[in-house]
Design a protein around this ligand. Structure first.
Ligand code: AVI
Length: 320
């Protein structure tokens, strides 16, 4: 994923703020260190984690229709990807565009330098003729700076249900940055996991092999490692929940006993009552009507909603 933050000061500060809040919380962006990146790759291949496969199905089966509106503009354009990651799904679009000999520049944006390097290397091997201009930044800052803006039309990709990892107000704020960061005629393609059978959603965050549990626990390992703490990970349980009204899937780490955890780098002890929880991640599921409301908020109109055969996931195409 995307907005990772590995700066020691910021990490320490966010952990301090989160664990001093009531209820306790830790930001999910810190899942993604080298180990977390690997665990997320494993999650994407899990039988219960349908999201990646469903989005792949949409891009694989409908990329021609998805790309038609930008190609109809019949001029060189910029393909900007917020949270590029390993570019696995985007390569479907990149291959199609290069085969068609379309003139465009690919701007992958990611906060992780190592993720961008890996992506650049793999693209240099697979699509050597592609013009790539990587940008190491957060979603919001990149939209403020718009390094890609050169008067050409832009197609901005924000795939993988990444917007779902933000609370409602923050998601609206990102849409507002998209509003400011685009001009008339620009297109945006966003990935959303849709509301569905609650059990299907819960299973995706509570897989049988326990990889998602490890992913969640990695936050504690990371605090232990990087901030000299003594979290006893076995005394915490991974607990995902799903609220079908709000569409919010929330993950927690629940302390199974009363305990005191010391974080050396913060010079502070944190008390946990028995069954006190740490809120670690939100993965919001949307309805198509909620998504359309977001489009209006950003001053976009909905060109088309592309869904998979089961209606689990949507890649929605908006135009300014
Ligand atoms: C990156 N993001 C869209 C994933 C999700 O589904 O919210 C992260 C994840 N967390 C647990 N499993 C996967």
């Amino acid at each position: 994923m995307n907005a990772k933050n590995t700066d020691f000061g910021t990490f320490a500060q966010d952990v301090m703020l989160g664990l001093n809040s009531t209820p306790k919380t830790l930001p999910s962006k810190y899942f993604y260190d080298a180990k977390g990146d690997k665990l997320f790759q494993q999650i994407m291949a899990l039988p219960e984690y349908y999201l990646t496969r469903k989005e792949y199905e949409i891009l694989e089966g409908q990329h021609e229709q998805i790309l038609a509106p930008i190609l109809e503009q019949d001029q060189p354009f910029n393909l900007v990807e917020l949270g590029a990651g390993d570019g696995m799904k985007t390569k479907i679009l990149l291959r199609y565009l290069t085969q068609k000999r379309v003139e465009f520049t690919y701007y992958p944006v990611d906060f992780s330098g190592s993720v961008l390097e890996g992506l650049e290397d793999s693209l240099a091997k697979e699509l050597p003729e592609l013009a790539v201009n990587p940008i190491q930044d957060t979603y919001r800052d990149s939209l403020k700076k718009q390094i890609w803006e050169d008067g050409r039309p832009n197609l901005i990709l924000f795939l993988g249900a990444n917007l779902g990892n933000f609370g409602v107000e923050e998601a609206k704020n990102i849409i507002d940055h998209l509003r400011v960061g685009t001009k008339r005629g620009d297109l945006v393609l966003l990935g959303f996991d849709l509301k569905k059978n609650p059990q299907t959603i819960l299973d995706a965050y509570h897989d049988e092999q326990g990889v998602t549990r490890e992913f969640n626990m990695n936050l504690l390992d990371r605090i232990n490692r990087e901030l000299n703490a003594d979290f006893d990970r076995d005394s915490f349980v991974h607990w995902p929940t799903y609220n079908p009204v709000s569409g919010e899937c929330r993950s927690y780490l629940v302390s199974q006993k009363s305990q005191i955890v010391t974080i050396g780098a913060l010079n502070q002890k944190f008390e946990f009552e028995a069954y006190e929880s740490i809120f670690t991640e939100i993965s919001k599921k949307y309805s198509l009507s909620e998504i359309s409301q977001l489009a209006s908020l950003g001053g976009f109109h909905v060109e088309e909603n592309f869904t998979d055969s089961e209606g689990y996931f949507a890649d929605v195409l908006w135009k300014k």
